[in-house]
Design a protein around this ligand. Structure first.
Ligand code: SAM
Length: 359
């Protein structure tokens, strides 16, 4: 995700290191370093959250289609709840091009005089948020992934939430202090996975939703992919060994398509039975300077999840378009029969004319 504060995380890391060591430091291989400047409060409810949390609801509903309890594990949980009238959200106003567009679909549905009503999944998602205490007089509070899931947990279900930042973790702990089904861990989410898997429930869902702040020297030099991808790949490899039957959902930003493709290709060989990818782009995927879109890739995705997500994605593309029509993609990178989609291909949006960067 993209930081709200001036300069991206790479620049800040580099300038920080520049103060400590000569420039040739960047020519040596450094381990990935995570700077923790990211605060989700600046981005809560934006177009990327709408995609992520809609897919999350579909996954939770798939888990709950069976009566047996399940475990939800959030490796990068955030603070759990965000005030849309708070300083951070007002500064960026990102939610206005995100969840707020769903409140008045008639205003935003591309080219439709009489817009169709929201598909049922989106309707349930939005209604769940509007039903939160604090939203009775209008949308004021945006629940993060932990709260969206926790409100739907059944008595036997449980949640394990990991958050490394002390302030965010403290807020998260306060939010769930009275819910014995929810456990908050102030620790590295990738490390925590090793201890938490497999869960005692034997069924469950892991959400990996990092801020993509882990950077290294090679990234700056080669303009290659963010180092966070390597952390995710390592975590998934170890998680799949411990718990091959778990469902794993990973959120990823789309800036340059070329940064995403190697990651998606690697997941085709992760040992998962099925891999589904859902993407939504509001800009062409050809600028490294801004968040053009985002995706959720799901390992061991529930059967027919693609059918569940198709209409919601189509509707979101109509609702969330900016300068150009938004585009979406929903496909099995690895399907039931073990066939792989050859190469995750660029979205149609990449053929759109390039527009000036915003961030
Ligand atoms: N999943 C949340 C949601 O959808 O509402 C948003 C999470 S936000 C994108 C990423 C969070 O990860 C930030 O709150 C950040 O402080 C936290 N974080 C960064 N590195 C982490 C790590 N290694 N382990 C756990 N949390 C981390």
């Amino acid at each position: 995700m993209v930081d709200a504060s001036p300069g991206n995380a790479t620049d800040r890391l580099v300038s920080r290191q520049r103060g400590q060591a000569p420039a040739r430091l960047y020519l040596t291989a450094l381990p990935a370093v995570t700077v923790m400047n990211y605060r989700h409060a600046y981005h809560a409810g934006n177009f990327a959250d709408v995609l992520k949390h809609t897919v999350l609801l579909a996954l939770i509903e798939a888990m709950q289609a069976k009566p047996g309890p399940f475990c939800y594990i959030d490796t990068h949980a955030g603070r759990g709840s965000y005030a849309l009238d708070g300083v951070e959200a007002r500064k960026t106003g990102e939610y206005k091009d995100g969840i707020a567009r769903l409140l008045f679909p008639d205003l935003h549905q591309a080219g439709a005089a009489a817009a169709p009503s929201l598909p049922p999944l989106l309707r349930r998602w939005l209604d769940g948020i509007l039903a939160l205490p604090g939203n009775h007089d209008g949308l004021k509070l945006y629940p993060g992934s932990p709260l969206q899931v926790a409100r739907r947990l059944r008595p036997g279900d449980s949640a394990q939430l990991c958050e490394l930042h002390p302030d965010e973790a403290a807020s998260l702990r306060a939010l769930f202090q009275h819910d014995p089904r929810v456990h908050v861990h102030q620790r590295d989410g990738y490390e925590a996975l090793k201890a938490l898997l497999p869960p005692k429930e034997k069924r469950g869902l892991v959400l990996i939703d990092p801020a993509y702040e882990a950077q290294n020297a090679e990234y700056k030099l080669a303009e290659s992919r963010p180092a966070e991808y390597r952390l995710i790949e390592q975590a998934l490899k170890s998680a799949m060994q411990r718990w091959p039957g778990g469902v794993y959902a990973v959120w990823y930003p789309i800036k340059l398509r070329s940064q995403v493709q190697p990651f998606l290709r690697g997941l085709q060989r992760s040992g998962a039975k099925r891999v589904l990818r859902a993407e939504l782009l509001v800009h062409p995927d050809d600028s490294p300077l801004r968040l053009n879109g985002s995706g959720m890739v799901i390992l061991n995705a529930p059967w027919k999840l693609d059918d569940t997500l198709r209409e919601p994605l189509r509707a979101l593309a109509g609702l969330l378009s900016q300068e150009h029509p938004a585009s979406w993609k929903l496909d099995w990178l690895l399907d039931e029969s073990g066939s792989m989609l050859n190469t995750p291909s660029p979205l149609p949006a990449s053929r759109l004319p390039r527009t000036p960067g915003r961030r």
